[in-house]
Write a protein that binds this ligand. Sequence first.
Ligand SMILES: *[C@@H]1O[C@H](CO)[C@@H](O)[C@H](O)[C@H]1NC(C)=O
Ligand SMILES: *[C@@H]1O[C@H](CO)[C@@H](O)[C@H](O)[C@H]1NC(C)=O
Length: 178
Amino acid sequence: MFSSQLLMVVGLAASIVCCCPPSCPSGWTYLEKTTSCYKVIKKEGGLDQSEAQALCVSLGSNLTSIHSDEEHDFINDIAETSVNVSTWLMTMTGGVRTGGKATDWKWIDGTPFDYTNWAPKMPDNDWQTALQVYTAVGYPSWDSASLGPYSTSHRHWDDIRADKKFINAVCKRPATRQ
Ligand SMILES: *[C@@H]1O[C@H](CO)[C@@H](O)[C@H](O)[C@H]1NC(C)=O
Ligand SMILES: *[C@@H]1O[C@H](CO)[C@@H](O)[C@H](O)[C@H]1NC(C)=O
């Protein structure tokens, strides 16, 4: 008797805790590690960083931050599969330069700048105030010999002008529990 009541209480508590798995709005992709949703945005003619951020905000999100290898790889994977490129694909993120030093960066979504994945010698220009990822270099037929120094940039970060128009950018928002 006591044990069946206990089981009921435990079961009820478990169903309350587990009732609402995190989920994403349609068109967004879920990453369990961050319990966040991501969406690749594109626009005819391209998007610079502030245009991309405005579009993300209109979708209830911000330009993405990146906090781990897993999140970095995930963002590159969804970017690479949602855009057809024959040569290069750079992905705009929510990284913003705050000063002249290599460490002077923040994320638009206000989360700590606690992970980096810079390409060799990057960031290199303090007038380049946005953070892009070299998602694909020379794709699909890139070979390290013809790319020279860029072969080491594949899937790494670079500083870039904030007004450069990008084919794509990635928005991020917390998953919701329904
Ligand atoms: C990319 O192009 C190929 C061939 O034209 C097409 O089959 C595929 O659906 C395209 N993918 C995207 C994401 O547009
Ligand atoms: C977007 O970023 C702002 C900080 O700039 C933050 O206050 C807000 O919660 C973020 N929104 C989402 C949906 O992450």
